[in-house]
Design a protein around this ligand. Structure first.
Ligand code: ADE
Length: 273
């Protein structure tokens, strides 16, 4: 996977992507990240990347020319081609993404979609906005990492890269662990005899709680069920905990999760229904 970042703060990315899985994935050659300094695509003495908004109003708007000029030498498919490929399963290889608070909400599903690409270009928005021609004629999607406003798309780009990179085959030591996490919606493929590690896919629920040694710490004990070695009981407990946590913290997720009869019974019990 090649990831290009277009930004007016290239140094910002020295920190967040130089640690942990993204660093290891880069060292292993699974991902190659290239940061492009937008100011290098300006032609005036002041290296101007922004200007006042047409129609008046507060703040400055990122100009379109440096962004278009930055992407031109990258040899990407046309926007029309990229949009068309996205409609055909397995056909998409590239995406140009504008990070902005006005974008579609970034989710684990989109992270998985992006992880299947050969290349993604992330354009970091700034100031009060980005000239709309970037979203309309250059980017094939606009993504927001959540319903809050950041000063720019840099943090968002780092979030997207981190979440996509860890889905690349080989990036995370134990692939089963990325499959089991919260928001992973493809279920568990449980087989009756498998141990707990391979059978607790969250199936769109929040992840169940995790514990490690010591079994007792300052009077706080690890739940007994996790210590007794009964895999069936552990699996049941984890499912119940995932349901309970989802009900408490993200009840909206329950609307799009496939619930078994057992799940429904657990939820009825939890809600006193
Ligand atoms: N830029 C400003 N706010 C943002 C957000 N929530 N997501 C992505 N980019 C942004």
């Amino acid at each position: 996977m090649k990831a290009d970042i277009v930004t007016i703060f290239p140094d910002f990315f020295r920190g967040p992507l130089d640690y942990g899985i993204t660093r290891r994935a880069a060292e292993m050659g699974l991902v190659k990240i290239e940061v492009h300094d937008l100011r290098q695509f300006t032609h005036d003495r002041h290296r101007t990347v922004d200007d006042r908004p047409f129609g008046g109003g507060e703040g400055m708007v990122l100009k379109p020319e440096p962004i278009f000029e930055c992407l031109e030498p990258l040899g990407l498919a046309s926007r029309e081609q990229r949009l068309m490929d996205r409609k055909t399963p397995g056909a998409a290889t590239e995406s140009v993404i504008l990070l902005s608070a006005q974008g579609e909400r970034f989710t684990q599903k989109i992270a998985a979609e992006l992880a299947a690409l050969d290349r993604m270009v992330l354009i970091c928005g700034r100031y009060e906005g980005v000239d709309e021609r970037v979203a309309e004629f250059l980017a094939d999607r606009e993504l927001s990492i959540g319903d809050y406003v950041l000063s720019g798309g840099e943090l968002a780009a780092a979030v997207v890269i981190e979440s996509v990179t860890r889905l690349l085959p080989g990036a995370v030591g134990n692939e089963a662990s990325t499959r089991q996490e919260s928001f992973t919606a493809h279920g568990d493929g449980a087989t009756p005899d498998a141990g707990p590690d391979s059978t607790c896919g969250s199936g769109g629920l929040l992840d169940y709680p995790h514990y490690t040694r010591p079994a007792e710490f300052r009077g706080m004990a690890v739940p007994e069920v996790l210590i007794n070695g009964n895999h069936l009981e552990i699996r049941r407990w984890r499912r119940e905990q995932a349901l309970e946590k989802t009900l408490r913290n993200r009840p909206d997720l329950l609307e799009s999760v496939e619930l078994s009869i057992d799940d429904q019974e657990i939820l009825d019990r939890l809600t006193g229904g």
